[in-house]
Write a protein of this length. Structure first.
Length: 438
């Protein structure tokens, strides 16, 4: 009878953008018949609060989510495992963490990228590791999947090492430690996401399970691609030296049985003999002293991008309206979806765009931006809406045109869409609501 009381399709959705500083946190509240709402939280993390925010900001947000949802969250989407997207899911002893609050809202589903699927973890043990289903998954997802998963998990080891490296030029130290911190394993958050609800691990074209919880809403998964899907693209672009998956293949191909980070990622490494440092850090210390700082930074940026490219890309479709939430997906993640003709009409008609990767230069591919037909230099009623969660001065540098948010992108967003950035929110004002009617 409850089902009958609910209208078949939502009338509108309110997107609450929280100001987490550098990070993402969006609460989507779909309004059905009177007093009937369904809530989806997309990401909750930060690597740096705004300077004018109280230290309680993350807990204030968790409590606001609790109030806004009246204690019931229908689903959580954790786009990828970077700290600025999942630190809010951290738990604390005694249940006093922000992640404990979210868990108490009893979400019905947690959606994450396929790279988080414990079935695919080569080291997985316990009841979740079902050999038969794992084997079946590998057939569809690509033979090299375990290598890819292993390399991603080694990223956390690399990040740890980054934070212990000394004697680096000051110019690169800031960004290195920022990227190191972003990539650190966030164990309690990861465990909480795995345990708080039923899990859905998605890839391009897969059903997310969200539709069951959101009547009248179609949810399309456009990314991340699987290894098999990416291979089709890689073959077409085999001459691109920056191609992420090629780097990945090289990094892991030397010895698939070795599970040590330094050996897998840099097979022919030379170690520093300096015994003051943990053995895992010695190869890096050696290289950091021998290599120009900028080269080291390039390696770390590439590792960081690999994790961004595991981001879940979702399009929510109600009637003729489409909302695009791509997490931090960068060009390599987008390539597969953009190469599929079937997604073109969907992307062309996007009405609301959550700007990818806090406005960084390579997360809004130009080919994607050009597809958006609702871009308009005039303030028309049907104009594209764009939402960005960011904080300037944390990531990249203006002289290298890598600053986040990127100036040229922000001016295009300002010129051709109804643009909102969390940087407009000051002090106690910690969220902004955007309404889309259907
Ligand atoms: Zn991010």
């Amino acid at each position: 009878m409850m089902r009958l009381a609910m209208a078949n399709s939502p009338k509108s959705v309110t997107i609450r953008s929280y100001n987490v500083g550098f990070g993402d946190c969006f609460l989507l509240s779909f309004q059905y018949a009177a007093n009937s709402e369904r809530h989806v939280l997309i990401d909750f993390g930060s690597t740096g609060l705004p300077p004018d925010a109280p230290a309680t900001r993350m807990m204030d947000i968790a409590q606001d989510i609790k109030t806004r949802t009246k204690g019931k969250l229908h689903a959580v989407v954790a786009t990828h495992r970077h700290k600025d997207h999942i630190s809010g899911f951290e738990t604390k002893k005694g249940g006093t963490g922000t992640g404990d609050v979210i868990r108490s809202l009893k979400p019905g589903l947690v959606v994450q990228p396929w790279t988080e699927d414990p079935d695919l973890d080569p080291k997985a043990t316990g009841p979740k590791s079902n050999k038969k289903s794992a084997k079946r998954k590998l057939t569809t997802m690509g033979r090299d999947t375990p290598k890819h998963i292993a390399a991603l998990s080694h990223m956390h080891g690399i990040a740890q090492q980054m934070l212990s490296v000394r004697n680096l030029p000051r110019a690169i130290k800031g960004e290195l430690s920022f990227l190191g911190e972003t990539n650190l394993a966030n164990l309690s958050a990861i465990k909480n996401l795995k345990d708080m609800a039923k899990n859905s691990y998605v890839f391009c074209g897969k059903k997310s399970g969200l539709e069951r919880l959101l009547p009248g809403v179609k949810v399309h998964v456009l990314g991340p691609p699987t290894v098999a899907q990416t291979d089709t693209i890689t073959k077409q672009r085999s001459s691109d030296p920056d191609e992420f998956w090629q780097f990945q293949a090289k990094a892991v191909s030397s010895d698939e049985h070795v599970t040590d980070a330094r050996q897998i990622l840099f097979p022919r490494h030379v170690q520093s003999q300096d015994s003051r440092f943990p053995i895992n850090a010695r190869w890096l210390i050696y290289h950091s002293r021998m290599t120009r700082g900028e080269q080291l930074l390039q390696i770390v940026r590439m590792l960081d991008q690999q994790m961004n490219n595991t981001s879940v890309i979702l399009v929510f479709e109600v009637g003729k309206k489409r909302l695009l939430f791509p997490g931090d997906a960068q060009i390599e993640n987008w390539q597969f979806a953009l190469s599929q003709k079937k997604f073109e009409p969907l992307l062309k008609s996007v009405n609301l765009y959550k700007v990818g990767h806090h406005g960084s230069r390579n997360a809004t591919p130009k080919s994607l931006w050009k597809l958006f037909q609702h871009r308009d230099t005039r303030k028309s009623p049907g104009r594209l809406k764009s939402l960005m969660s960011t904080m300037a001065g944390k990531h990249g540098h203006a002289d290298g045109k890598t600053e986040v948010p990127r100036k040229t992108l922000v001016s295009a967003l300002t010129r051709e869409s109804d643009f909102f950035t969390t940087q407009e929110l000051k002090r106690a004002n910690f969220f902004h609501d955007t309404v889309v009617t259907f």
